[in-house]
Design a protein around this ligand. Structure first.
Ligand code: AHG
Ligand code: MN
Ligand code: MN
Length: 341
């Protein structure tokens, strides 16, 4: 699949499209509709990202989102694309978006069995200088029994997620998903066909992870002592690690998934809960990493170290620190908290 197949581009009679792969994996038509709706929104967002400069989409919209970030024009647009695709799919009960203060509860006439939390355009501060961005999402099945969903249908543990994924808008547009216990699948958008094509099935972290650490070291002096010591260890001890930090979570996690290593956004003096949001940034990435053979932790947070997927958030835009990647490196960081306890 990964090797060069020029014929498959010229004369493809057996295309491994996303819809086909999902239909192989399930007979649940609601899930097929859900995945098609998410994929369609990702294609729309991808097109907007690719044409942002031409279409006058650089710059701020002049508003703030629920967590106080300036909204870019393209954040607002991407949010509308996701909401409309999901709303009219008729398979969603509750939607949570980074760009909307409140959860969206679908009216009975539109309501279905899925609850979706999403970051429509992660890393959008990078858009104006043409650096990678992405869309991130988690899906739960509605558990309340009334005709419409409630917010508690989505304030759930990461372990209850039935589908997690992200779409990276980088040099190519790539969708990475896991659903209903399946392995991690990687798809690449074929722009000439307008379809996502399977490029890796049951993706696993490399057996020997590269020695890469990824963290915003501008925050170094604000971290706690064990975190500073852990990062010093990557820089100073043998083997010495190399640093990579795009500043777009999707790009940094995509690299970590494919090359190995570790990504961190810890708590610091100014940001006691870290920066990244539980429902639509940390949970989906933690689920994908776990299914690929890696792990994700909160690091030391409120006096304890917790597996990220065990958390149950109390509010929809809650933030949490994250330490995510291969076991070798995550364990290496967490060991500093055991020794300092
Ligand atoms: P968003 O653009 O959705 O608000 O998310 C930005 C996030 C994430 O993409 C990235 O990893 C992180 O912010 C970078 O934060 P710093 O600039 O503090 O390093
Ligand atoms: Mn984000
Ligand atoms: Mn965002």
């Amino acid at each position: 699949m990964a090797s060069f197949h020029p014929d498959s581009i010229r004369n493809d009679t057996n295309s491994l499209t996303l819809s086909r792969q999902v239909m192989i994996g399930t007979r649940d038509t609601d899930f097929v509709v859900l995945m098609n709706s998410i994929a369609c929104a990702c294609k729309l967002i991808s097109r907007s990202v690719r044409k942002a400069g031409i279409a006058g989409l650089y710059g701020n919209a002049g508003s703030e989102n629920a967590t106080g970030d300036d909204q870019k024009k393209i954040d607002v647009l991407s949010d509308e694309m996701m909401v409309n695709a999901l709303k009219y799919s008729h398979v969603c009960a509750v939607l949570v978006s980074e760009e909307q203060d409140d959860p969206i509860i679908m009216p009975e006439s539109l309501s279905g069995k899925y609850c979706v939390a999403f970051d429509p355009l992660d890393g959008s501060s990078n858009i104006d200088c043409n650096v990678s961005t992405g869309t991130i999402f988690s899906v739960w099945e509605k558990k309340s029994t009334g005709p419409v969903g409630v917010v508690d249908d989505i304030l759930r543990a990461g372990n209850d997620i039935v589908c997690a994924g992200y779409c990276a808008y980088g040099s190519a547009t790539e969708l990475v998903i896991t659903y209903y216990g399946s392995g991690v699948q990687r798809y690449t958008l074929d722009p000439s066909l307008g379809e996502f094509i399977l490029t890796a099935n049951n993706l696993k972290l490399p057996e020997v992870s590269k020695t890469i650490y990824s963290i915003n070291e501008g925050n170094y002096t604000s971290w706690d002592k064990p975190m500073r010591t852990a990062i010093d260890g990557f820089r100073l001890n043998e083997p010495r690690y190399t640093a990579r930090y795009v500043g777009s979570m999707v790009a940094d996690i995509h690299r970590t998934l494919l090359y190995g290593g570790i990504y961190l956004y810890p708590a610091d003096e100014k940001k006691g809960n870290g920066k990244l949001r539980v429902l639509y940034e940390c949970f989906p990435m933690a689920m994908i990493m776990a299914k690929a053979g890696g792990t994700a932790s909160t690091g030391m947070f409120k006096g304890t170290v917790t597996n990220l997927l065990d958390l149950v958030p109390k509010s929809i835009h809650e933030k949490v620190p994250i330490v995510i990647g291969c076991h070798r490196d995550v364990d290496r960081v967490l060991a500093h908290y055991n020794t300092s306890a």
